[in-house]
Design a protein around this ligand. Structure first.
Ligand code: FAD
Length: 302
């Protein structure tokens, strides 16, 4: 059996695997797709020590670093369930079962897509999901934020300080964000809020040029000229396969303590699949290290 079995091969899982392997204990990493969300990222400018890198390059660096150690990398394999007998048993979609004394879950998250024409086509060409990551690309330009919940309104406030103008587009009749955020938003001179607005299409040529929406009050089709569209309708943790095992919050994020411990002793979690306050590469790597050290601590005490 493994001493530490890491589930997920993004920044959190890679970091957890390296920290475990450096303790000289048997370490495995199971990943549906090694690299995770970083594989889908174009430019990365906030990974400290590296002024600019690109997702696939950072993933190659991550994999090279993991391969420096005796880590059993099982790529293209999806975990299906986690149970405990004497040891933890991780069942995979392919029918295999892996056994381990401790488990670090780092299965990440995915942005909820709006699913309109143009969204997939213009991803990384004006369609963005992360204001902390991609905001500065749109400095001085006009952008829209789709979604008037907390994440959408926070994104709009953040972007308003960088871009020329922000249009917030909300499908419902009212914004759903906390009132302090709505007040802050309303105080900004370069923000327009559209409610009862149903986004229908993101259009452009080689990059985004605008957005078409249906004004549900008047029934009229309207359009706005834009350089960027931030889709902020939710981040969904990849934890469906753990329903009924570890404790999660109402968003489906695994609840962890300061040592990365979940509600099950011996099961740790890190990165975007947890209730961490912010979701970033550098934060995931830090929490992956924490969870792995937590697992090591657990092993030497039990
Ligand atoms: P992920 O990267 O999501 O990795 C999850 C891993 O788990 C993957 O290997 C996945 O295949 C695997 N997995 C999922 N389910 C299962 C399962 N059932 N069984 C086995 N394996 C499974 N952050 C920044 O700091 N800077 C940026 O510039 C930046 N830009 C971004 C741009 C885009 C387009 C996106 C989508 C995100 C961006 N982020 C950025 C956020 C950053 O990518 C995430 O915070 C980070 O990747 C989270 O790491 P993670 O390891 O927790 O999860």
């Amino acid at each position: 059996p493994f001493d530490v079995l890491v589930v997920g091969g993004g920044p959190a899982g890679s970091s957890a695997a390296i920290y475990a392997a450096r303790k000289g204990i048997r370490t495995g990493i199971v990943a549906e797709r090694f690299g995770g969300q970083v594989q889908d990222t174009l430019g990365i400018e906030n990974f400290i020590t590296t002024t600019y890198t690109e997702g696939p390059k950072l993933v190659a660096n991550m994999e090279e670093h993991v391969r420096e150690y005796e880590v059993d990398i099982m790529n293209s394999m999806r975990a299906k369930s986690l149970t405990k007998n004497d040891l933890f048993e991780l069942e995979l979609e392919n029918g295999a079962t892996l056994k381990s004394k401790t488990v670090v879950i780092s299965t990440g998250a995915r942005w909820r897509n709006i699913g309109v024409p143009g969204e997939a086509e213009y991803k990384n060409k004006g369609v963005a999901y992360c204001p902390h990551c991609d905001g500065p690309i749109f400095a001085g330009k006009d952008v829209a934020v789709i979604g008037g919940g907390n994440s959408g309104v926070e994104a709009a406030i953040d972007l308003a300080g960088i871009v020329n103008h922000v249009t917030v587009i909300e499908y419902a009749a009212e914004l759903k964000a906390d009132s302090v955020l709505q007040d802050r938003l309303k105080s900004l001179p370069n923000v327009t809020v559209l409610t009862n607005a149903k986004t229908e299409e993101i259009y452009g040529s080689d990059k985004v040029e605008g957005l078409r929406y249906l004004d549900l009050d008047s029934g009229d089709a309207k359009e706005i000229t834009l350089a960027g569209v931030f889709v902020q309708i939710g981040l969904v943790p990849n934890t469906e396969w753990l329903q009924g095992t570890v404790e999660m919050n109402k968003f489906g994020e695994i609840i962890v303590d300061s040592h990365g411990t979940s509600s099950i002793p011996g099961v740790f979690a890190a990165g975007d699949c947890t209730n961490s306050a912010y979701k970033q590469i550098i934060i995931s790597m830090g929490s992956g290290a924490t969870a792995s050290l937590g697992a090591f601590d657990h092993l030497i005490r039990n």
